[in-house]
Design a protein around this ligand. Structure first.
Ligand SMILES: NC(=O)c1ccc[n+]([C@@H]2O[C@H](COP(=O)([O-])OP(=O)(O)OC[C@H]3O[C@@H](n4cnc5c(N)ncnc54)[C@H](OP(=O)(O)O)[C@@H]3O)[C@@H](O)[C@H]2O)c1
Length: 272
């Protein structure tokens, strides 16, 4: 199956804004929408999709299983609840939002991830999800999952932006033939990726904004970015990244930038 190379993110898009924002995003050309149960906007995302007038089959819709719903039965129920809120009868992609980690679950973490994954595999085999994957899984979490998995994760959505590159992990995941999606590709709320002078300077050389440079830097590593904006002009700008190319030197300069903020968390250290 195919996936649109730039997705539209909806994290921190309040329910009251999400319906219009998603309809606008689709109207300006996005065909790939990324939401999650924990964003508490699935209902409005689903309404925005309907308002757009674009047929469901022409869109790629992702949602994610929240951490409180891990385990076989709970996962199946949570998936159905997401589908109901979105008012859809299938998803294009469903992800385990975060791996259960040993900090929280000790030696039960691995089996909990395995049981959650088994539910995704069954939902996939039942035809309710077109592709299944994980999010915030580092290569070692994927390797652990593969001990019992019948189906390899097709996608891993991890934090990727200048200042938080995950370069080694991206290479390892791509070597496993897993598509890496980059969340917070602009750094997310409160980051300084877009105001960084080097990012702005590189953008000026190409007649592009620092946001477009950040997104192009992701794409050129084979990472699918998921920018979020509730502003139509920015939505357009964030998708207009196919008419320029960063040089190897520019890619290296951007990759070497440090401390640009963002969430920048280690999935083995979080307590959610
Ligand atoms: N799997 C996970 O654990 C996980 C975690 C976080 C995010 N995500 C996904 O990844 C998506 C993107 O991440 P994110 O929303 O945290 O951050 P992001 O897309 O990196 O950044 C969004 C921020 O940048 C601003 N912005 C967008 N385009 C801009 C532009 N062209 N120029 C200047 N500012 C711009 C937005 O403001 P305005 O809206 O005001 O334009 C917003 O404040 C999420 O929406 C979600 O779908 C997944």
């Amino acid at each position: 199956m195919e996936i649109e190379a730039v997705g539209y993110g909806t994290f921190r898009t309040p329910a009251g804004v999400a319906r219009q924002a998603v309809a606008d995003a689709i109207k300006v050309g996005y065909r790939h929408i990324d939401t999650a149960a924990v964003y508490e906007n699935e209902t409005e995302v689903g309404q925005g999709i309907k308002d757009s007038g674009v047929a469901r089959k022409d869109l790629f819709v992702t949602s994610k299983l929240w951490n409180t719903e891990r385990g076989y039965d709970k996962t199946k129920a949570a998936f159905q609840a997401s589908l109901d809120r979105l008012d859809m009868d299938y998803l294009d992609l469903y992800l385990i939002h975060w791996p259960a980690n040993t900090r929280q679950f000790g030696d039960q973490a691995e089996s909990l991830n395995a049981e959650t994954w088994r539910a995704l595999e069954d939902l996939y085999n039942e035809g309710k999800i077109r592709a299944i994957g994980v999010s915030n899984f580092m290569p070692h979490h994927v390797e652990a999952l593969m001990k019992t998995a019948r189906i390899k994760p097709m996608v891993d959505q991890i934090e990727v932006h200048p200042g938080w590159t995950h370069a080694t992990e991206i290479k390892a995941l791509q070597a496993m033939d897993i598509l890496v999606e980059g969340w917070a590709p602009l750094g997310g709320q409160g980051a300084t990726v877009l105001t960084n002078p080097t990012m702005i300077e590189i953008g000026e050389k190409h007649g592009k904004s620092s946001a477009q440079v950040a997104l192009r830097w992701s794409l050129q590593q084979g990472v699918l970015p998921l920018p979020k904006s509730t502003h139509i002009e920015r939505m357009k700008q964030n998708a207009d990244i196919f008419d320029f190319e960063l040089s190897d030197a520019e890619m290296a300069t951007i990759s070497a930038l440090k401390d640009l903020g963002g969430q920048s968390v280690d999935p083995d250290e979080v307590d959610y």
